[in-house]
Design a protein. Structure first.
Lengths: 506, 148
């Protein structure tokens, strides 16, 4: 009952004309960002954060817009998977398997429509799951003390590389680099200057928005230049849509199963949308068995991963909103937005900022309908924009990133900083050190240190308080498993994903 | 396959970790006496983690990804120089002109025809300028185009 009350409060916020308008804008931009190869959702949301700031939006409006971008990007990823056989983002990889063959068989429009419907169902199921699960988890999280939070942060870092991550030591290295950068600036509880070297601009610490935009947007530009992918690739023409209701009905069991499974994968730490789409595709292939023709353009093979990754992306919002601990790159960037709006994420947000949280959740539901409407009739528009070659697109995206950062503070110092982060990001990516933990470290560093200090003050300097309660021991255990599991399971999973993809490309 | 990259990076990070730890020992004692956990505790902890990871990368490096050579490396260098020049010239030249130059050069180096490239730069710069200055009321520098 309480949930329903809050939800109606949320709809009151989400349905305000201004918020509706920004949600629609976010959905449109998000789909675009998702569709463009190489411009992943984390990257896209990062570029938009400074703009949301300079627009002077209210917190809920800004967050609604960016969440809409996030949801939209998950929809958009499928377009380039189907038409170009290049996933727009990593989770859309599995959509290539059946989407591209379907398009080659002259059923591109049907593949796009089916995947849009599957995305819609996946998001819908997961948003309902979010509504049911989030308040429960938030209430549970209220029992967390500082030592539990510290363990939780460690868990977040340990699992961030994901089960598909390559080298856990590099994930750890990345997290440590991020945390290290976060210690620059004046220490909040004692006023001690740390690593500022007397530079005035460093007193307030490194602004993580600058770091995020630099790491993602600028390094992406450098990667495109290196790969000489400026000209773009050939695209399959979209045929007129001929989709029967019977066909939509026939994919429904698949989408529902996959949506639920995707949601679970999204909520769990370390799984995320990529794994969500992989599991759902594999499972669906098993369930349908010989009756299907997976890998050769089976509509169910398009529906399953799309429902899965959209389900997972909404599911990933659960730990971000309730615990303040994001499970993926994009939710980390969304968290950055919250932190810069001076909202402390975590369980208290559900009571202190109820309007904001529930407004965003309601906006997810509203945005999902918008996305379905945008993505079926307007798919042609996105296809047109997709045919703009990256050699024009990426410089413009970089320019938008410049404007965004410049307009926050009107200081060129920030721009140099951003470029430096871009070059650094490029080097890290070359060394296969993941960027997301760096960002998460930057973001969570201050909170992590604060919780460590509180815990130590409570125990009067006894370190064993960090693993004294059952809950914190459990969290530490999961963290250790999260760090070790990729070493054992990772290679197997990665090989299977590669194999599945290689088979369809022959 | 050489394994040079990870080793060099590990070595650099190891040096940074040591310097970072040393830096933490140099913090002045905070006002009111030191506590069990002061401003230096967390950095010291991080320095240890950084050092362990660095050592791991030196001892067990992954195979290298090739670095860009010759032409490609030059193109990357040009891109970085263009970005720095963009930041440098943004205020003196004004947003529209500097954007035309920066975006134009980037498009051109990525393979567009020079005319089309700079035209893209000019149009995108002008559109964003109008949008920001009049639409959002966030004035961007006009630089040389300013009439006084």
């Amino acid at each position: 009952m309480e949930t329903l009350h809050y939800l109606s409060l949320g709809f009151g916020v989400a349905l305000q004309p201004e918020n509706l308008m920004f949600a629609l804008m976010g959905c449109f931009i998000g789909t675009l960002i998702g569709a463009l190869p190489g411009l992943g959702p984390a990257n896209g949301v990062a570029i938009l954060i400074p703009l949301a700031f300079t627009l002077g939006l209210k917190p809920e409006t800004a967050l609604i817009m960016l969440t809409a971008v996030y949801a939209g990007a998950m929809y958009g990823g499928r377009i380039s998977s189907i038409l170009l056989n290049i996933p727009g983002d990593e989770p859309a990889m599995m959509t290539c398997l059946d989407g591209y063959p379907m398009a080659r068989n002259g059923r591109a429009a049907e593949a796009l429509a089916i995947s849009a419907i599957a995305s819609f169902m996946g998001s819908l199921i997961a948003t309902v799951g979010l509504i049911l699960l989030a308040p429960l988890l938030a209430r549970f999280a209220l029992t967390f003390g500082p030592s539990e939070y510290f363990a939780l942060f460690v868990l977040a870092f340990a699992t961030l590389g994901g089960i598909t991550g390559k080298n856990p030591m590099k994930t750890l290295m990345a997290a440590a680099i991020g945390l290290t950068i976060a210690t620059v600036g004046i220490d909040l509880s004692t006023g001690t200057q740390r690593y500022t070297f007397g530079v005035l601009e460093l007193y307030e610490g490194v602004d993580f928005i600058i770091a995020i935009v630099g790491l993602f947007a600028v390094s992406e530009l450098l990667f495109f230049i290196e790969e000489r992918a400026g000209a773009g690739r050939e695209m399959i023409k979209v045929n007129p849509l001929k989709l029967k209701w019977r066909e939509i009905a026939s994919i429904m069991p698949t989408t529902i199963r996959s949506g639920v499974l995707g949601f679970i994968a999204g909520v769990l730490p370390g799984a995320g949308a990529s794994l969500g789409s992989f599991i759902t595709y594999t499972l669906e292939k098993k369930i349908v068995g010989k009756k299907g023709y997976f890998g050769e353009g089976d509509p169910r093979g398009v529906a399953a991963p799309e429902a899965g990754n959209n389900g997972a992306s909404s599911g990933a919002l659960v730990p971000m909103l309730t615990l303040g601990v994001p499970g993926s790159g994009t939710t980390a960037v969304l968290l950055a937005m919250l932190v810069s709006l001076n909202i402390t994420p975590g369980p208290l947000m559900f009571t202190q900022n109820a309007e904001l949280v529930w407004g965003v959740i309601a906006a997810l539901l509203v945005g999902n309908f918008m996305l379905l409407l945008l993505n079926i009739p307007l798919v042609g528009v996105f296809v047109k924009i997709l045919s703009v070659p990256p050699m024009y697109l990426l410089p413009i995206v970089t320019m938008v990133a410049f404007v965004g950062i410049y307009s926050i503070s009107h200081s060129t110092f920030d721009l140099y900083f951003m470029i430096a982060f871009g070059v650094g990001g490029y080097i890290l990516r070359k060394l296969e050190i993941p960027l997301v933990p760096v960002i998460l470290g930057l973001l969570l560093g201050p909170e992590m240190e604060k919780n460590l200090r509180h815990a130590m003050q409570i125990s009067d300097g006894d370190w064993s308080i960090l693993w004294s309660s059952g809950l914190s021991i459990g969290l530490w255990l999961v963290a250790i498993i999260g760090l070790l599991l990729p070493v054992v399971v990772g290679p197997i999973l990665r090989r299977r994903m590669q194999a599945a993809r290689a088979r369809t490309q022959d | 396959m050489s394994k040079f990259n990870d080793r060099v990076f590990g070595l650099v990070m190891l040096v940074i970790a040591v310097a970072y730890y040393y830096g933490a020992t140099q913090f002045p004692v905070p006002f009111g006496g030191s506590e069990a956990v002061g401003p230096e505790t967390f950095p010291k902890l991080l320095a240890v983690i950084l050092a362990v990871c660095s050592l791991y990368m030196i001892v067990k490096p992954d195979a290298d990804n090739p670095w860009p050579v010759a032409q490609t490396f030059l193109e990357l260098g040009i891109a970085v120089v263009v970005l720095i020049a963009y930041a440098l010239l943004l205020e003196p030249l004004g947003f529209i002109i500097s954007t035309m130059l920066a975006v134009g050069t980037l498009c051109w180096r990525m393979g567009a025809k020079p005319m089309k490239a700079y035209l893209t730069g000019l149009i995108s710069g002008a559109v964003v300028f109008v949008l920001f200055t009049y639409g959002l009321e966030l004035p961007l520098p006009l630089g040389l185009l300013e009439i006084n």
